[in-house]
Design a protein around this ligand. Sequence first.
Ligand SMILES: *Cc1c(COP(=O)(O)O)cnc(C)c1O
Length: 413
Amino acid sequence: MSLKTFSSRVLFKVVLSRGLVAWSKPLGPRDAAAAAVGCSSVRGYHNLKKPTYRGPGRAAHIRVVDLRSDAMSQPGPAMRQAMAKAKLTLFFKMEAALFVPSGSMGNLIAVMVHCRERGDEMIVGDLCHMHIYEQGGSAQIAGVHSTTVTTLPDGSFDLEELESKLVHNYLDPYYPRTRLICLENTHNIRGGRVLPLTFLQEVRALADRYGLSVHMDGARVMNAAVAQRVAPSTILQHTHTVSLCLSKGLGAPVGTVLAGPRDFISKAVRCRKALGGGMRQVGILAAAGKVALLEMVERLEEDHRNAKTFAQALLDCDPPLFAVDMAAVETNIVRFHLQPSFSPSEFCDRMGQVGEGEEAALGQGIQVLMFPYFGNSVRAVWHLGISPEDTQLAIRKMQFVASQFMEEKVRAQ
Ligand SMILES: *Cc1c(COP(=O)(O)O)cnc(C)c1O
């Protein structure tokens, strides 16, 4: 095993036993075909449908602003350099941690370790990533039953509803045995909402009362910490375990950190191996993750600012075609609605194409890539690759698309 974990009371340190590895070629761009244009259902979001627009960046005079996902981020020079050096110590207030290939695997391993017997059950929000976007892995692979609670607009649950779903009378053979409560922070489908600290505290108190574990799908928990202006440990003190994506807004090419108590992590190492996640030259990957955690967290603030700027521009747009709840734009995700006559897929198509007369009107072609999203909305996500200037380009394009749409509508009348 090339990645060893050990613990200290306040810190975790991940030490890599493998050193210098040459990085022979730069990482290629992510598959642009991951664009799912024209689908607005929750499940349709990850359809690998070929984009209808031209591939990004074909012509020098066309700028591409890719707001489809923060998984589109590319490693920068510091990260590439660190990947070739690899000697790593990370700081995090949990006893131990493990590098795993993906967030889905991190979450699945957490389920496997927390729910240790057949017939065990976990409670999840009905709109969480673990329940919707992970292929039902907890049932399929771990043999764990899920019970859902309603996800509120801010990503939290009603605590009474949560308590009503817990099965504690497990000696009765009718019922599964509740073992685990899963939280998602920030909440993806709810548009990057940050779970309130009081909610975390209350969930943990409930879990303690019933002897349950709390796992946080913290794919974007660093965004939450930055938005709340607290140390990550202020959030994580209320959970037993967390998985944190290094490859979203933090910009590493791959990887998730799964962290928790030492005995949890030693079981997690076994599960990771069984799932095929026991990697060999993992040091070079974890080194990029180190840069992600040590140097990229502060800049998340910039993503949050850019997202707010874009959301405000949607509201200010003339003609007024867009609806967005500014109070809900807390981090790097903007979810917004359009006037009913303008469908999310049509809007995303137009944003992604260089339309007629655009180069003359804007001085250049601008392709802005976004997804139609849950609940007839559109989602745009800010990350390492998107500058304030890109954000301004996206705004100009949005205004251009909106006025063209209105002109065409008027002409058609
Ligand atoms: C991205 C993400 C994950 C993990 O996804 P992988 O593609 O498996 O790395 C988990 N939870 C949330 C909320 C996410 O956004």
